[in-house]
Design a protein around this ligand. Structure first.
Ligand SMILES: [Ca+2]
Ligand SMILES: [Ca+2]
Length: 233
């Protein structure tokens, strides 16, 4: 009897969690913590969709703590540029095809959050772009007009205190129906050393519950029915 009661309670607990988050909301960013890309400098090497999860396009470095700046999470952070000054634009492409059903309702939204830091007061910015085609290879996401539906937030400023991280975001980016890839862009005017870390891309949709959620929801209902029939407490 104890075992069946435990199973029923587990089913109900599962239902409660799923029911509270009915609909889809998930951080789909890969590589946003800068922990999975190996330490070192990355020269401008273009960009392909098969490099999903890695930052690329303009030169960048993945570094440990330096210049009084400590990674916001883990032990690694992104440093814009591989030396020298000038504008630096780095991108990471996220495959969102697993959420196609929700995205194709045209009502799914994305929220991008990224933290910046710098030795000086830096001009930084964020961008989001979407792509609806089949997965191409060997393509730069920001050249040739592949990506559309651009949302660009320009000129948020860091302070010059390297012990603090400044959060900037793009909220309620409406994902065009048909989107299968989203390019996340981080940009810095880079007058001095500047950094980024803890990038998240959260997709939300209330339109279509996940099939898996429906299955667990059904199990939860079955568990409730079992309890009522057997008067478990
Ligand atoms: Ca990190
Ligand atoms: Ca700061």
């Amino acid at each position: 009897m104890f075992e069946t009661r435990s199973i029923a309670k587990t089913l109900i607990a599962g239902c409660t969690v799923v029911c509270l988050s009915f609909g889809v909301q998930a951080n789909v960013m890969v590589g946003g913590s800068m922990e999975s890309q190996a330490l070192g400098s990355y020269a401008s090497a273009g960009f392909t969709f098969t490099s999903t999860g890695n930052w690329s396009v303009d030169p960048l470095s993945i570094v440990n703590a330096e210049n009084g700046a400590t990674p916001l999470d883990g032990t690694q952070m992104l440093r814009f540029g591989a030396g020298g000054g000038g504008q630096s634009d780095v991108y990471n492409v996220v495959d969102v095809s697993a959420l196609a059903v929700a995205i194709d309702t045209g009502t799914a939204t994305a929220d991008l959050s990224a933290f910046f830091n710098g030795l000086g007061v830096e001009n930084t910015s964020l961008s989001l772009r979407s792509y609806s085609g089949a997965e191409p290879t060997g393509a730069n996401p920001v050249s040739g007009g592949l990506f559309t539906n651009v949302d660009f937030q320009a000129n948020p400023l860091t302070d010059s205190n390297t012990s603090t991280w400044e959060e900037f975001s793009i909220n309620n980016y409406v994902i065009a129906a048909g989107t299968r890839y989203i390019a996340v862009g981080l940009h810095s005017a880079r007058a001095s050393a500047s950094y980024a870390d803890q990038v998240t891309l959260t997709i939300s949709s209330d339109a279509i519950p996940e099939p898996g959620s429906l299955a667990v929801f059904g199990l939860g209902l079955a568990g409730l029915g079992y309890i009522r029939r057997h008067k478990l407490h």
